[in-house]
Structures are given as structure tokens and as C-alpha cells.
Design a protein around this ligand. Structure first.
Ligand SMILES: CCCCCCCC/C=C\C=C\CC(=O)SCCNC(=O)CCNC(=O)[C@H](O)C(C)(C)COP(=O)(O)OP(=O)(O)OC[C@H]1O[C@@H](n2cnc3c(N)ncnc32)[C@H](O)[C@@H]1OP(=O)(O)O
Length: 725
């Protein structure tokens, strides 16, 4: 757990708990024992702390926070013990020093890091704060602005930046352990007082109060309802206002508040859920444990619209050479210009500048209109319009041109993967890779397997997600897959609420107060109302193919709202036309202002259709939007489209702006309690019998009847005969 060894005058304590040397109770005990032994041994003149297998430590064992023993709590006194050691203690930081790991290093008198090491206090990302005195030591070492930034964002910083900030004393390119032992030998006998951070004052700022006030506003705004950033801020503020010991007491109080909060539980669930989805499986028995990915040495992207441009950028950033293809020179030149602009911006953001992206080299990024240039790529991502006929034509072509092993991916957001695959002679190599806009920014990649998709193809797509630094989630094939399928009932409810008396800004406000980045109407304006309109026209729900005499607010015996179609008929496509559910300052403008035209349009619409306007409270707005989405989630689980609720939650948190501090829709449902979700759906369904998506799903009912089991057990209640796949 932590190995103690004594060579010459320097004792070595090696943290050992694979894979990331997390600080479990046993590791902490061994660390404490090692320190006491070294302090008591007169032949030991200095101590060096390092981690096994090239990693210092990723901090407290996160699983421990939900266990009754809560072993993270014992770390603060150990960090103090390190600092008060009468012999110099040097931290040799390799790999990562995160959270409690970095707090251990802050207790040391000297810190030396490998140039490739990363450091951070990411506790805020799991709903906590650095509770082992880190909020008090870090500002003393690197100053309040830098410490506040690290602690409230949880970002990992590279060793080079840590050196600039003064977080480490030295960085090395070769053997960190040897360099740390050399440093330890060198500092033997030197006074330790100036190296003890708890004794240092917090560096003053000329305008500390003004700085803190401004920072508080910024933190609150970014937190969007998440408690941890604000409490992190308060702990750092305590460092600026009170002596060390008092600051530590405040830190502990605040830590306790967070530890017992539901948000910490939700964020820690989200941490493990994101890792659990790497272990994918399909109902036919294919899984991550037996499928091996193919290498992707060169890729191609077809279509340089918004999605294609982001995908090309993402591939270039991952150092994968790309061939970017468009239908003609006009589109190609437009696409090329846009891609270059994105890459230039990314190069500025990335450390090392433009050189590290190397996108001016045609061997790394080539633009073409010639399909034949795709003959030797390992993977193609098609990102053209959502039009089945067009996609099939392209896949037919690809199947003839591409080399036999090439993976053929489609960036469709809803269309049938099997139908697309049917246009090829190799359906086993066809797979959906659903990116989210902007594709070079959003972390989610929904990976959709069809009836014939091979396990190798799934493994390769998952490997691609990892290379692109995205989180890949494997799901089955159905209309809208997981993300959009769950979105349909949510958006449908939002529009029904308008029909019944609400306004776009009221619905958006409720959903945004819950923590969503953006409400359904602002989202719809951003995405463009015409996208859904085209799709509904294609489905025969509106437009010229709608049979004459169809009731305005009914389709196939179910309630239908023509409101979005009517807005499009008025040329209101959202931000792009400066008018949608809101009005904007100009076409392409982003500032949404409630629109009196829309309000009177809604009033007139209700009059026309004889709908009595009623006041709809926040609870009803939230429940109808969220519970209908969750209800669809239960249907997806029951059908075997996703292999667990974690998959749905990871999709929603990473692709749809669902607030991470509530864990995701299914985790949220488990916290609300399935009996309550069921009762509310039943109530709303009775009030709206013509809305099938409000009818409680059978799987939800089954779970409630089974006594509301914990989320981790839900899948054991799925009937095995039910999967559609
Ligand atoms: C009276 C009141 C007193 C109050 C006193 C309060 C005192 C509190 C004391 C201490 C508090 C300390 C707080 C912390 O330290 S919280 C932990 C902070 N650390 C993190 O958040 C780091 C999380 N990990 C990561 O970011 C990554 O895992 C990373 C280390 C960067 C490695 O990334 P990668 O190489 O991509 O690998 P994986 O993410 O897949 O991880 C590999 C497996 O390791 C598991 N893992 C990682 N970190 C932890 C951890 N900290 N605890 C437990 N498990 C961890 C991860 O789940 C993977 O496992 P698996 O393969 O099974 O999924």
C-alpha cells in the first residue's frame, strides 16, 4: 500500500495502490507509519515520497466517500505530519498528483515533477473541496488568483505551468526519482521553516476585496446551481481572512456540508458512470473484453457542413491524417476556409501553438472532391444532410471504393443504420458515429451498432472516441437512438405547455434553473427550427404530403402541436433568421429577447383552437418535461437499446447539457424516487390521455412494483425476451 525503503540517508516512501495509487485507508496508514519510522530513525536525514508505476497519486479513493468509513477524512492530519517532519521531505511527482495526492505534495517541503506530469485539485468536479488543508496551503504557495482558479475549476495543469506558478520547485525530463533523491541529499540540514506552507502568509493583492467580489460573481455564474464551486470559493476566501488553523477549521466545515450533499453523490456517480460505459456490451454477447479495435491511421470525412467541419477539426487535433471531401469545388472551398479558421483558433488555444497541429501539411489534411482518394483510408465518417437516399448513395459508392477493412461511419442523428448499411456489400463495417455540435468541442460520441455491425467495428469506434478525447457510448439502433429519442417527448411537452398557457421564456427559465445549460426553446432557436420542420415534412406530419382534412392538432389519433410548423411557415427559423421562439438583435444574433409578436400569436392560436389559457406552475413545467424524457429512458432500457442507466446519464450529461450535479436523468429519477415519478406520470397521463409519451412505461411500473430497487440493480429486472435487437 505504501512501501518504505531506506537507502543511504534518504528514506523512500512509495505510494502503492494500482492503477492510480488512490489514497485508501491502507495507503494512508502505511504513509503515516513510514513517516514516523523515518522521523525516528537517526540514520535517515531526508525523506522522498513518490508513487508506484510512474504515478504519484490521483487522490483519495473516490469510492471511499460513499462508504461509512469515509477514509478521505484522515488525510489532513497526515499532510500536517509531513509538513512538521524535522527532516526535509521531497515529493517526486510523476504522472498525476491530483486532489489528496497534490495535498500530500503540498505538505512536503520540496516538490520536483517530471515534465509530463499533471497536477490539480479536481475535488470540485466530484462535488467536494480539497479537504486536506489544500485550500489553505495552495493560495499561500501560488497566490490567491491562481489557487482560486485551480480549486474552483478543478483543472489539471501541466508541470511546465506548475513551475511557472511556483507550485513545483523544479521539473526534470529524465528520472524524477533520482532527481528527487539528489535534491533531498542537497537540502539536508537546511532550515525547514521557510518551506512549511502553513507558516507562510497568503500573498497580498492590492485590491483583494474587489478581486474576491468579482471572482465570487464569476464562480456563481459558472456553477449554475452546483454547490461545490461556491464552497471552494468560500474556503479560499477563509485563507485570505483568517490564520491557517482557523482556515483549516472552515475548510473542514465546508467539506462536511459538501460531503453530505446529494450533489457530491451525483457527481461521484457521474465519474464512475463515465468509466463504466467504456465496458460496452451488446445483447448478442459482443463486448469490450473480447473485441479488438483496428488501427485508424488515416480517416476521411464526407461533407463539410457544420458537423463535418467540427469532425475534421477533431481528427486533426487527435493527430489523425484526414481527407476532407465535398461534392463540388464551391462547397469544398467554403468548407476548407471554415475548417482552417477552426483549426487556427484551436492552435492558438493549444499549448505550443500552430506547429503542434500541423494542419498546413497536405499529408495531414487534404481537401478534395475526388471520391477515389478514399481508396486507402481506414475509416470514413459521412456527415452529409439527414437524407436517407443521399446517405445510401454515398455508402454504396464507399463500399465500392474503400479498401476491404475500412470502417464506414455515418454521422446521422436519427436514421436507420441498417437501412444505410443495406446499400453496401459490407454491413458488418457500417456503424453510426453521432457527434454533437460543435463536434470539436462536445465530448459525447454516440456509437450506434446495427444488426450486422461487427464487434471489431464497435471496438474501433470506441477507440476512435478515446483518441478524439471523447466519451463514446455504445447504443442500439432505433429512431433517434438514445439521446434524441429521449429528447422528443421533452420537446413535445415543452410545446404542449405553450399551447396550454405557458411562454417560451417561462419554460426555459424553469429548465435552466434546474441546471440545464439552455432551455428547450433557446436550444431549438440555436439549432434552427427548419431542421425539425424538414424532418416532420419527410415523415408526412406536415407540409404538402399531409392528407387533406387532417385535424390541425392530431396525428394518428394522438395529440400533435403544429406550433413549430406555423413558426417556420412565418419564416421564423430561430437565430439564423433573427426570429424564432424569441427575437434576436440580428440574423445570427445570440441574445434571446421575449417577443411580443409570439405572445399575441400564441394567444390567437389558443383562441382559434378553443384552448382555455391556464396558469402552469414551475413544478408542472419541470415534471412534464423531465419525467416524459425519463419515461422514454425506461423504454430504451427495457428494449435493450442501452445496456444500463449509466449510459443514458453519460449521454445526457455530455451531449445534452443535463446538469452533472444531478447525475443525469436516470440517476435523478432514482433520487426523486421511482414511485413518485410513476405517480406524477400517471397524473399527467390521465389529464392528457391523447399523449402516449406520458403513459408510464411498463418497465418503470415493474421497478416500482419490485420495491424501487437501487439503480445499479435495475437491469436485472429487464425481461430477457424483450430486446428488439
Ligand atoms: C471532521 C471533518 C474532517 C474533514 C476533513 C476532510 C479531509 C478530506 C481529505 C482528503 C480529500 C481528498 C479529496 C480527493 O482527493 S478526491 C479525489 C480527487 N481526484 C480525482 O478526482 C482524480 C480522479 N481521476 C482522474 O481524473 C483520472 O482517473 C486520472 C487519474 C487522470 C487517470 O485517467 P485515465 O488514465 O484516463 O484513467 P481512468 O480515469 O480510466 O482511471 C483508471 C481507473 O482508476 C480509477 N480511479 C481513478 N481515480 C480514482 C480515484 N481517485 N479513486 C478511485 N478510483 C479512481 C478509475 O475509476 C478507473 O477504474 P476502472 O478502470 O475500474 O473504471
Amino acid at each position: 500500500m505504501a512501501q518504505y525503503a531506506r537507502g543511504s540517508a534518504v528514506a523512500v516512501i512509495r505510494l502503492r495502490n494500482p492503477p492510480v495509487n488512490a489514497l485508501s485507508l491502507a495507503v494512508l496508514q502505511a504513509l503515516e507509519d513510514g513517516l514516523k519510522k523515518a522521523d525516528a530513525d537517526p540514520s535517515v536525514k531526508a525523506v522522498m515520497i513518490c508513487g508506484e508505476n510512474g504515478k504519484f497519486s490521483a487522490g483519495a479513493d473516490i469510492r471511499g466517500f460513499s462508504s461509512p468509513k469515509r477514509h478521505g477524512l484522515g488525510l489532513g492530519p497526515i499532510v500536517s505530519l509531513i509538513e512538521s517532519c524535522q527532516k526535509p521531505v521531497v515529493a517526486a511527482i510523476e504522472g498525476v498528483a491530483l486532489g489528496g495526492g497534490l495535498e500530500v505534495a503540498l505538505g512536503c517541503h520540496y516538490r520536483i515533477a517530471h515534465v509530463k506530469a499533471r497536477m490539480g485539485l479536481p475535488e470540485v468536479t466530484i462535488g467536494l473541496l480539497p479537504g486536506a488543508e489544500g485550500t489553505q496551503r495552495l493560495p499561500r504557495l501560488i497566490g490567491v488568483p491562481a489557487a482560486l482558479d485551480m480549486i474552483t475549476t478543478g483543472k489539471h495543469i501541466p508541470a511546465t505551468e506548475a513551475l511557472k506558478l511556483g507550485l513545483v520547485d523544479e521539473i526534470v525530463e529524465e528520472n524524477t526519482i533520482e532527481a528527487a533523491i539528489r535534491l533531498a541529499n542537497k537540502v539536508i540540514g537546511q532550515p525547514l521553516g521557510p518551506r512549511r506552507l502553513s507558516l507562510k502568509p497568503v500573498p497580498k493583492l492590492p485590491n483583494m476585496e474587489a478581486f474576491l467580489q468579482e471572482a465570487a460573481v464569476k464562480v456563481k455564474k459558472q456553477a449554475r446551481g452546483c454547490l461545490a464551486p461556491e464552497l471552494c470559493f468560500q474556503a479560499v476566501r477563509a485563507a485570505t481572512e483568517t490564520p491557517f488553523a482557523q482556515g483549516v477549521r472552515r475548510e473542514r466545515e465546508l467539506f462536511q456540508v459538501l460531503l453530505s450533499s446529494g450533489q457530491a453523490r451525483a457527481l461521484q456517480y457521474a465519474f464512475f458512470a463515465e468509466r463504466a460505459v467504456h465496458r460496452w456490451a451488446t445483447p448478442t454477447g459482443a463486448s469490450w473484453s473480447s473485441a479488438a479495435p483496428q488501427p485508424v491511421r488515416r480517416a476521411a470525412v464526407i461533407g463539410l457542413g457544420t458537423m463535418g467541419r467540427g469532425i475534421v477539426t477533431s481528427l486533426v487535433k487527435a493527430n489523425i491524417p484526414v481527407v476532407a471531401l465535398e461534392q463540388d469545388l464551391e462547397y469544398l472551398n467554403k468548407g476548407r476556409k471554415a475548417v482552417m479558421l477552426l483549426l487556427e483558433r484551436e492552435a492558438v488555444k493549444m499549448e505550443g501553438g500552430a506547429q503542434s497541429l500541423d494542419f498546413h501539411n497536405p499529408a495531414r489534411l487534404q481537401f478534395t472532391v475526388d471520391f477515389d482518394l478514399l481508396h486507402d483510408v481506414d475509416l470514413v465518417i459521412e456527415a452529409v444532410f439527414e437524407n436517407m437516399a443521399l446517405k445510401k448513395e454515398i455508402f454504396h459508392k464507399l463500399s465500392k471504393i474503400c479498401k476491404p477493412g475500412a470502417l464506414l461511419c455515418t454521422n446521422t442523428s436519427a436514421l436507420n443504420i441498417d437501412e444505410i448499411a443495406s446499400a453496401t456489400s459490407r454491413p458488418q463495417q457500417v456503424i453510426g458515429t453521432h457527434f454533437f455540435s460543435p463536434a470539436h468541442v462536445m465530448r459525447l460520441l454516440e456509437i450506434i451498432y446495427g444488426r450486422h455491425t461487427s464487434p471489431t467495428a464497435i471496438a474501433t469506434a470506441m477507440q476512435l472516441a478515446k483518441a478524439l478525447k471523447k466519451v463514446g457510448v455504445v447504443v442500439g439502433n432505433c429512431f433517434g437512438f438514445v439521446g434524441n429519442r429521449m429528447m422528443f417527448p421533452y420537446v413535445e411537452q415543452a410545446v404542449f405547455l405553450l399551447e396550454e398557457g405557458s411562454r417560451p421564456e417561462a419554460v426555459d427559465r424553469v429548465v435552466e434553473d434546474f441546471g440545464f445549460k439552455i432551455g428547450p426553446f433557446r436550444m431549438s432557436d440555436l439549432a434552427g427550427l427548419d431542421v425539425g420542420w424538414r424532418s416532420r415534412q419527410g415523415q408526412g406530419l406536415t407540409g404538402p404530403s399531409l392528407p387533406a382534412g387532417t385535424a390541425a392538432r392530431q396525428r394518428q389519433g394522438q395529440r400533435y402541436s403544429p406550433l413549430p410548423d406555423l413558426l417556420c411557415e412565418h419564416g421564423r427559423f430561430g437565430q439564423k433568421t433573427a426570429r424564432g421562439w424569441y427575437r434576436y438583435e440580428r440574423a445570427g444574433g445570440r441574445t434571446a429577447t421575449p417577443d411580443p409578436w409570439l405572445h399575441s400569436f400564441l394567444a390567437q392560436y389558443r383562441d382559434t383552437h378553443g384552448i382555455k389559457t391556464r396558469f402552469i406552475d414551475q413544478e408542472e413545467i419541470l415534471e412534464r418535461c423531465l419525467f416524459s424524457l425519463i419515461n422514454e429512458g425506461f423504454a430504451i432500457l427495457a428494449e435493450g437499446i442501452a445496456s444500463g442507466p449509466e449510459h443514458l446519464d453519460v449521454i445526457y450529461v455530455n451531449g445534452y447539457g443535463w446538469p452533472k450535479h444531478t447525475g443525469g436523468p436516470m440517476f435523478y429519477a432514482s433520487i426523486v424516487g421511482l414511485p413518485r415519478v410513476l405517480a406524477k406520470l400517471q397524473k399527467y397521463s390521465e389529464a392528457h390521455p391523447d399523449v402516449p409519451r406520458l403513459r408510464p412505461n411498463a418497465f418503470l411500473k415493474k421497478l416500482v412494483a419490485a420495491g424501487n430497487p437501487p439503480l445499479k440493480d435495475w437491469m436485472s429486472y429487464v425481461s430477457r425476451q424483450s430486446p428488439k435487437l
